[in-house]
Every structure is written in C-alpha cells, then in structure tokens.
Design a protein. Structure first.
Length: 68
C-alpha cells in the first residue's frame, strides 16, 4: 500500500514539474554590465539599440555602467 502511494506521488510530481517551472520563467530581468573607456555617447547608443529590440530599462533590462 505504501509503494502504491509513493508511486502516485512520484507520477504526479513528474507530471506537474514542467507546469511549475514554466510559470516561474516570466518576469526575467536581463542585466548588462558596461565598462566605458571614455567613448562619448556609447551608453545612449546601446540603450537606443536595445529599445529597438524590445528591451525596456527598468522592466526587463538593467544596465550597470562603470567608467574605466
């Protein structure tokens, strides 16, 4: 009887695992590190190109820039 219960739990666990994993993938924020060596306008150009691809800073994108 215990083996049947364990088998049922395992079958349901394996069957429902992809549903739970798929639900967690939404809301992902991509992080980009930018090391600028002094080139003027590089951060603005990068932001413009990423917006053209559908990324919005603060919603699905975070850019962290540092100066060299």
């Amino acid at each position: 009887m215990r083996r049947i219960g364990l088998a049922v739990v395992l079958v349901f666990g394996v069957a429902l695992a992809p549903v739970a994993a798929k639900g967690q993938a939404t809301g992902q924020v991509h992080r980009i590190g930018l090391l600028n060596g002094g080139a003027p306008g590089i951060e603005a150009a990068l932001g413009e190109a990423l917006r053209a691809l559908g990324y919005v800073e603060g919603r699905n994108l975070m850019i962290e820039s540092r100066a060299a």
